[in-house]
Write a protein that binds this ligand. Structure first.
Ligand SMILES: C[S@@+](CC[C@H](N)C(=O)[O-])C[C@H]1O[C@@H](n2cnc3c(N)ncnc32)[C@H](O)[C@@H]1O
Length: 245
């Protein structure tokens, strides 16, 4: 674990819950937690890979699901623990950490599969999810459809944000499927500070193959938590793989 960089240190953890992403709104949290609770089932038990500060673990728990978590970042976990003692968390790497128990649902959301920057480690994530699931249990991933599809051939950069508070752009290497998300937060006088986080992007079909390698099969794929149809213009997907009964 020591050799994995922690991109979510104290400074990021402190501001994390103040993000202006739609995923932090009450309306969205109701939608996402209802989707997950539905899969966990009544009095179900769920394990969140990369639980962070509990953004979605807490609303899911409020729906009666017992939620456990794994996260690499001591700072993110400290914030979660300051909110509640009721979500047991193991500090560790979700590609390999084993938590006590068997779960109805394992989930990994908010593009975090991409934080795993090698194909081997992404496959290991699926294997680790499968071994925490009961027969018939489900693994959910919510992530982007690779934004490289919206970047002209030969170009490396795609801007996803440009406003008075900041600039955000992704950089893609089509050969290695590596991607860097660059965020420039603009402060006083328009001066900026850049934070760049590495990702590995993978197409939905590659994730399906990882699930197959882990003994699971695709059960549902939606464009978003509202169960909008996944189409050729979707920019994200919520995918559900199941362990055989
Ligand atoms: C974007 S945050 C998402 C947090 C939470 N799931 C949410 O939806 O708000 C990404 C989280 O993934 C964690 N993370 C990234 N790679 C990890 C790994 N290999 N093992 C465990 N946690 C990891 C980070 O520490 C961070 O808390």
């Amino acid at each position: 674990m020591d050799d994995l960089p922690d991109w979510f240190g104290p400074a990021v953890a402190e501001d994390y819950d103040r993000d202006d992403d739609v995923r932090f709104t009450a309306e969205h949290l109701a939608l996402e937690s209802a989707f997950l609770a539905d899969l966990a089932g009544e009095r179900g038990c769920a394990l969140e890979f990369a639980v962070g500060t509990g953004r979605i673990a807490l609303p899911l728990r409020e729906r009666g699901v017992e939620v456990h978590g794994i996260d690499l970042s001591e700072a993110m976990v400290a914030r979660l623990r300051s909110k509640t003692p009721d979500v047991p968390v193991v500090v560790g790497d979700f590609t390999s950490t084993r938590v006590q128990g068997v779960f109805d649902l394992v989930y990994l959301v908010f593009n975090t599969i991409g934080n795993v920057t090698s194909q081997n480690a992404q496959v290991a994530t699926f294997v680790n999810a499968a071994r925490h699931l009961r027969a018939g249990g489900r693994f959910v991933v919510e992530t982007q459809v690779p934004g490289v599809a919206r970047v002209a051939p030969g170009e490396r950069f795609g801007v996803f944000r440009h406003d008075t508070r900041g600039v955000g752009y992704d950089e893609f290497d089509r050969v290695t499927q590596q991607m860097w998300s660059h965020h420039v937060a603009l402060g006083e006088g328009g001066r900026g500070e850049r934070r760049s986080v590495p990702f590995r992007y993978a197409w939905p079909a590659e994730l399906d193959l990882m699930a197959r390698l882990a003994g699971m099969h695709l059960q549902q794929r939606w464009a978003w938590w509202d169960r909008a149809a996944f189409t050729d213009t979707s920019t994200s997907h919520v995918s559900v793989w199941a362990r055989p009964d």
